[in-house]
Design a protein around this ligand. Structure first.
Ligand SMILES: [Zn+2]
Length: 285
C-alpha cells in the first residue's frame, strides 16, 4: 500500500546478467537460448500487473520431487537456482538484488512501513512461476513479517490479488482506505480496519481488504499505535496539560494532516481518528 518506483531494468536484463556468471559454457549457452521466451513472459507479466490481472497467469503446479522442463530444455530447478544462487549470492546478480532492496528506503511497501525490508519477495512465487524468478518487476522488498515466500500462496481470483507496489492503480496508494476507531477505555486502544470508499469497484475494494487481512495489518498497526499512544498520553498529562480541548484536537489533526506521511500510514490514520474523538480530546487521561 506504499508506492514504489518500478525497477529501471529491461525485462530480460537480470536474466542475462545472472546467466553471464555461469561458468559452464554449455549450460550458459543453453540458458541464453531461452532469453527470448523469458523476455516475452516478463513483458506479459508486466502488462497484466498493470491491468491487475496476474491471477490469469497459469501457475506451474508439480508434485514433490518433480522437476519438469519449463522452457527450451531448462528445468524448473535451474530457474529457481538462477535466483537463489546467481542473483542472491553472486556479485553481478546481487548488485541488481541490492538496488531493488535499497529503493524501498528501509520501509516495507507491503505493510506500509511497519517493517524494514530485509530481503526480496516474489510477487508471483518462483516455485510456480519459475520463468519470473529473477525478473526485477516480480521482486518486492519485504520485511520478515511480510515475506510470503514460505507460504507460496497462489491467488486464482481477481479479488484475492495482493497490492503490487510498482504497478497497481493509484487508488490503493493515494486514497485513504484504512480507518481507526478509538476505544473509550483505560488504557485507550486504537483499532484499525480496511474500509475503502464505497465508490471503488468491488474487485478493488475486496483486494484492499484481502491485502489488509493477509498481512495482518490491523494487529501490526495497532501494536505500533499502542506504543505511540503511551507517549502521547504522557505528554498530554505533562507538557500539554494546559491545552484546552480544541487546541489539543488541533495539535492531533496537524500530525494527521502531515503530508510527510502517506494516506494510510498507521500514524496518520491514528492521529486523524484521535483528533475527531471528543472523548479522547476531553478526557482526563
Ligand atoms: Zn512488511
Amino acid at each position: 500500500m506504499k508506492r514504489l518506483s518500478r525497477p529501471d531494468y529491461a525485462p530480460e536484463y537480470a536474466y542475462g546478467v545472472c546467466i553471464s556468471a555461469i561458468i559452464d559454457e554449455e549450460e550458459r549457452n543453453r540458458m541464453m537460448a531461452a532469453i527470448g521466451d523469458i523476455k516475452d513472459t516478463a513483458v506479459n507479466f508486466i502488462e497484466r500487473a498493470i491491468a491487475g490481472s496476474t491471477f490469469e497467469l497459469p501457475p506451474l503446479i508439480v508434485g514433490r520431487g518433480e522437476n519438469p522442463v519449463v522452457v527450451a530444455g531448462i528445468r524448473k530447478s535451474e530457474l529457481v537456482r538462477l535466483y537463489e544462487y546467481y542473483m542472491v549470492q553472486r556479485p553481478l546478480g546481487r548488485e541488481i538484488y541490492d538496488s531493488i532492496l535499497v529503493a524501498a528506503e528501509d520501509s516495507c511497501p507491503t505493510c506500509g512501513g511497519i517493517g524494514h525490508p530485509r530481503s526480496l519477495d516474489h510477487y508471483l512465487p518462483k516455485a510456480n512461476y519459475p520463468k519470473l524468478s529473477v525478473l526485477p518487476h516480480n521482486l518486492i522488498p519485504a520485511c520478515r513479517d511480510c515475506n510470503t515466500d514460505k507460504g507460496n500462496p497462489l491467488f486464482t481470483q481477481p479479488n484475492e490479488q495482493l497490492i503490487h507496489p510498482y504497478f497497481d492503480q493509484a487508488c490503493f496508494f493515494d486514497q485513504a482506505w484504512i480507518t481507526a476507531t478509538v476505544a473509550h477505555s483505560q488504557p485507550c486502544v486504537i483499532s484499525y480496519e480496511a474500509s475503502p470508499p464505497e465508490v471503488w469497484r468491488p474487485v478493488d475494494y475486496q483486494r484492499a481488504v484481502n491485502h489488509f487481512d493477509f498481512f495482518d495489518i490491523a494487529k501490526r498497526y495497532s501494536i505500533r499505535a499502542a506504543e505511540e499512544l503511551g507517549v502521547l498520553v504522557d505528554q498530554r498529562r505533562s507538557l500539554m496539560k494546559d491545552l484546552d480541548t480544541d487546541s489539543f484536537s488541533a495539535y492531533l489533526r496537524s500530525i494527521g494532516d502531515s503530508p510527510v506521511l502517506f494516506p494510510n500510514h498507521w500514524r496518520k490514520v491514528m492521529y486523524k481518528a484521535l483528533a475527531m474523538d471528543e472523548w479522547f480530546c476531553n478526557a482526563q487521561l
